[in-house]
Design a protein around this ligand. Structure first.
Ligand code: AFP
Length: 325
């Protein structure tokens, strides 16, 4: 069976600025994949010794991946500006209209030290503004994304991408060095698998407690079927599983820190994943509605996330509505 090559697929995109930006991201992620493969041998594991703007400890590889992507995008004429989990402020690259790229250079970085899955998540927005790049022009609802995707560094390196016409998944061929099309993502409407960090249970809203309690009751409960549970602790890997075989993934609001309305970041985690999930036939919501309709207020904003099989997302959101009513 022949597998189309990502680079060739990009030639068929009408938007060549977008094609060159996607190519640039894919090529850079190959470099990140190489660094990860050498692991401890490269002396790049462990803490970088500083914190990012979110107050989280940066790993050396967070910094390396961020620098690689930043450098690559700076060399891509189509890109006007970028915003990253590891950058305090947005970064201007050009004064001409162009594309804005937001990214989490290494999602799940606490997995690095145990040689478990991590990934790079990216979102691409258009901007017709000229002059110096400002944060304000990034603050567009996720519906305006022109492309989104991630690269998962697992047993094989995989690229998942959408430009608004379904979700394609490519596997990096270590022999040719090409991303080859191997799958299209479709999320079944119903699910038998859920992903949530159960250790936070006591901090959740009562509606989330009730929803998860239903799933845990299995065949004896109101849902009348058994559910399995998975948690990789890297959104990129948990969402990849949902895109490949269905299920529901949640990082809901919890009461641990009143200043945080959720753990996940809207602009470079929730929005790109929401675009992919909707394009694969699933849903991605906060308790108030679709993530893609949210008007962002700031680049590092956090949101609660419920995503995956339509039946589960609808059920969970409706239980929130019942409590609110
Ligand atoms: P890190 O990149 O700091 O490891 O965070 C990953 C993440 O933002 C997301 O990818 C996971 O789903 C979530 O955090 C895991 O959170 P827990 O630490 O609560 O398991």
């Amino acid at each position: 069976m022949s597998h189309p090559i990502f680079k060739d697929q990009l030639r068929s995109l009408d938007n060549q600025a977008l094609a060159s930006t996607l190519d640039c991201l894919a090529e850079t992620c190959k470099d990140i994949s190489q660094q990860l493969k050498r692991g401890e041998l490269a002396g790049i594991l462990g803490a970088a010794g500083n914190e990012n703007v979110q107050g989280e400890e940066q790993k050396k590889l967070d910094v390396i991946a961020n620098d690689l992507i930043k450098q690559a995008l700076a060399g891509c004429d189509a890109v006007r500006g970028l915003a990253s989990e590891e950058e305090d402020d947005v970064v201007g690259l050009s004064e001409a209209p162009g594309l804005l790229v937001t990214f989490d250079p290494l999602d799940g970085s606490s997995n690095i030290d145990i040689n478990s899955m991590v990934g790079t998540i990216f979102s691409i927005l258009p901007s017709d503004t000229t002059g110096p790049v400002t944060e304000a022009e990034f603050l567009k609802p996720g519906r305006e994304q022109v492309a989104a995707g991630y690269v998962l560094y697992g047993p094989s390196t995989m690229l998942a991408v959408t430009t608004g016409d379904g979700v394609e998944m490519y596997t990096l061929d270590p022999v040719s060095g090409d991303f080859m099309l191997t799958r299209e993502a479709h999320i079944p409407q119903t699910a038998k698998e859920f992903a949530i960090n159960m250790s936070n249970q006591r901090f959740w809203a009562s509606s989330v407690q009730d929803y998860i309690a239903e799933l845990l009751q299995g065949a004896e409960g109101p849902r009348g079927k058994n559910y399995n549970m998975r948690w990789v602790a890297a959104m990129v890997a948990d969402v990849h599983r949902v895109l490949c075989r269905g299920g529901v993934f949640m990082y809901p609001w919890d009461a641990r820190d009143p200043n945080k309305p959720g753990k996940l970041r809207l602009m470079y985690e929730a929005n790109p994943m929401a675009f992919l999930v909707e394009q694969a036939g699933g849903q991605c919501c906060t308790p108030e509605g679709p993530i893609l309709d949210l008007q962002p207020e700031e680049i590092h904003q956090r949101v609660p996330v419920i995503l995956g099989a339509a039946e589960e997302v609808t059920r969970c959101v409706s239980m929130h509505a019942d409590v609110a009513a």
